[in-house]
Design a protein around this ligand. Structure first.
Ligand SMILES: [Zn+2]
Length: 461
């Protein structure tokens, strides 16, 4: 389709050529890591043609060529660069676009369907995206996604595999302040994914007790390969393979849980506690068949409630523990200015389960009230991630809750935000987002409104 039109085209070729060009016009690239979106050639937002201005007074080597040039290491927009190379109107639209936090490839989007997903499974673009997929081990992933383990475990393994677990070395790389690099299990080495999950002296003892695995010989193997090898090995075992997989992942998960207990609950490092957690988690996972049936019934229930206006519409994940719920109210404030191309947006949330609960308010770039609300929920989820086990988020926006329920039908301006919220929801034992009446979120509403207007508030953290 990229080919030039030949000089003497046949009638058939002509119509085909026309069909292809109009087809291509409607396709645009959806941001992943931004490396395959060329700023001069590609359309990368459904609403605007986002070509950069050519500034002759700029150094040529600074001139962005692909979208990745506009994104920093922490996956945020390079604000200065964007204001330099784009018109104010385009700059605002770019800054409102959500950048996926995981290192996913850019993909094609179909601008005429609401969710923007290109649904035809055959054809050029589909083949191309498969070729560009960096993952060379599809069997492993197929095995992982198909397996009966908890979704939060799949997400956890996936985070390890894409090197995105929020270990202290990763947080320091992302320049998050006040992070102590020391491993909280042994207090002697620095923490990274391989150390905490395998090579730490505490973890080594745990591996030996739970699975009889001696880890001291494996220190040369990256943890990602080590996990893949073991899981593939267990998968091929006819007897007991499934139980071994559960025990293996449960060990990884329990080490991570205990590490979080030490950091967030202030408990002391104790290998016996990890072994205890491993037993409990394995037991729960082995009973998961029963559990999954229950969850299916629950989700059916909440789905059928959707049409009933009197009861709450919600999206939930996991099951409630005995820990207290953290209840967060969120809201977004969005206003179009008189000059039509400009808008103002701000997000806010407040933890209402505690008297002096955390609060947040800030101005953001967003192109609609819906996108603003989705960003507000994402920000609250991100902030509370790993800080509590059970969370309830209350929003007055029905569409955003429906988007969580049916991701594939979400408006494309929020689909990748919704996806990130759902991924992060896995970090909690229980996550629920509920549509409530406007009055219930008034604390967040006031904060957001003040932030939109630029009024500083003393409660803002
Ligand atoms: Zn350690």
């Amino acid at each position: 389709m990229d080919n030039e039109k030949p000089k003497k085209p046949s009638y058939a070729f002509n119509s085909l050529f026309k069909a292809c060009t109009s087809f291509k016009k409607r396709l645009y690239k959806k941001i992943g890591n931004g490396r395959n979106i060329n700023l001069q050639q590609d359309r990368w937002s459904a609403s605007l043609d986002l070509q950069p201005l050519v500034r002759h007074n700029q150094h040529l080597e600074d001139h962005p060529t692909v979208v990745a040039d506009l994104i920093d290491e922490r996956k945020n927009w390079r604000v200065n660069k964007i204001w330099t190379y784009f018109s104010p109107e385009k700059a605002r639209s770019i800054l409102a676009l959500h950048i996926p936090k995981d290192d996913t490839e850019d993909s094609m989007d179909w601008s005429h369907t609401k969710s923007g997903n290109y649904s035809v499974k055959s054809g050029y673009w589909f083949l191309k995206s498969v070729q560009n997929n960096p993952d060379s081990n599809p069997t492993f992933w197929r095995m992982l996604w198909k397996s009966n383990i908890f979704p939060k475990w799949k997400h956890f393994i996936w985070k390890i595999m894409v090197k995105a677990l929020p270990t202290t070395d990763n947080l320091i790389k992302r320049k998050i302040p006040n992070i102590s690099p020391t491993c909280k299990l042994c207090n002697s080495r620095n923490e990274n994914t391989t150390h905490i999950l395998r090579d730490c002296q505490i973890s080594q003892r745990v591996w030996f007790i739970t699975m009889g695995i001696s880890t001291s010989n494996s220190t040369q193997i990256p943890i990602q390969d080590w996990i893949k090898n073991f899981l593939n090995f267990f998968r091929k075992k006819k007897e007991d393979g499934e139980r071994m997989i559960i025990s293996f992942i449960s060990t990884l998960w329990s080490i991570w849980l205990h590490r979080n207990e030490i950091i967030f609950k202030g408990t002391t490092s104790n290998p016996e506690r990890i072994v205890e957690l491993e037993k409990e988690n394995s037991r729960r996972a082995n009973n998961s068949e029963q559990r999954r049936n229950n969850e299916n019934q629950l989700s059916k229930k909440s789905f059928s409630r959707e049409n009933d206006e009197d009861s709450a519409v919600s999206w939930s994940k996991g099951s409630q523990t005995t820990n207290p719920n953290q209840v967060i109210v969120v809201d977004g404030a969005w206003k179009k200015k008189k000059n039509k191309s400009q808008w103002q947006a701000a997000i806010a949330w407040k933890n209402i389960s505690q008297v002096s609960g955390e609060a947040y308010a800030n101005r953001i770039f967003a192109t609609s009230p819906l996108q603003t609300e989705a960003y507000a929920i994402l920000q609250a989820t991100k902030y509370m991630e790993w800080k509590c086990s059970d969370i309830i988020i209350k929003t007055d926006n029905l569409e955003v809750v429906k988007a969580l329920q049916q991701n594939e039908k979400a408006d494309k301006s929020i689909s990748s935000i919704i996806l990130e919220i759902k991924q992060r929801a896995n970090s909690f034992q229980y996550f629920s987002c509920i549509k409530v009446k406007r009055e219930e979120v008034f604390l967040a509403h006031n904060l957001a409104k003040m932030a939109r207007l630029g009024i500083p508030s003393s409660t803002i953290i």
